[in-house]
Design a protein around this ligand. Sequence first.
Ligand code: KIV
Length: 307
Amino acid sequence: MNHPASSSVTECAPQSASPYGTLPPTSNPALRKPVSLPRLLEMHARGEKITMLTAYDATFAAVADAAGVECILVGDSLGMVCQGLSSTVGVSLDTMRYHVESVTRGVRRVQGTAWIIGDLPYGTYHESKEQALRSAAVLMQAGAHMVKLEGGGWTADTVHFLVERGIPVCAHLGLTPQTVHALGGYRVQGKTLESAAIMKRHAHELQDAGATLMVLEMVPSALASALTTELPHCATIGIGAGNGTAGQVLVLHDMLGLNLGKMPKFVRNFMADLPGVPGQHGIKEAMQAYVAAVKQVSFPDNALHAW
Ligand code: KIV
């Protein structure tokens, strides 16, 4: 059976070789179960690690889906990796809508199953719950299944407002790049007893408000593991938070070795030598290796990639 939302697009797509890049062959949808929120929470309950990567366009999203990545985050990191901005602060809602639409088309054209998360950019949910709803609606109508927003307890009312109106929300604690200037740089958060206690309080407030995923960025691994155990209804997704979280996320360009500056400590370049994959390999194999490493809890390695 064809995916109803994608069938017309798929039927119109030319099947012959294209000079502009061809998406991976259509997989058999009967063999693949769409990723849903209950399924992600079941994985958390069972202790199966959740895999997430960022993607910003149709081709990379389709390849990530074909590689078995469960969640695709259309992150506002696109401001830095696609637009060349020096931080994520300058990303607009219209830019996010464009990239969410592109990713959604890519996943639909291959009849993919990935759960798509759209990042609400800076200034689009800070004013009021109503502003957040209007912004979230733009990304949901562009194809996102869930929106992500950064910040602690002050966002709990907004999370509750969105969730009550049928919009799943991913929270984001720890290093929140939209407030990098206030934080004084890209630094580990929650290192002191006091700041760890505050982060725990915020995490519980966000779970109580209905957040069902929570990115923990640059958080000590012991704190991230404790939060993962304490939050049964909200699956933690770590980036620089050790291997005790319910899942992992990396920025696509980082894990493909395309970070031309100093690679953050928590990143592994999956385009470099892959164990068990001799010789040259492509991007899909690198993504498959990432999925396998996260599932087997060999990435991240707490001795190398965490605090
Ligand atoms: O924008 C983004 O890509 C993110 C990830 C770093 C989690 O928020």
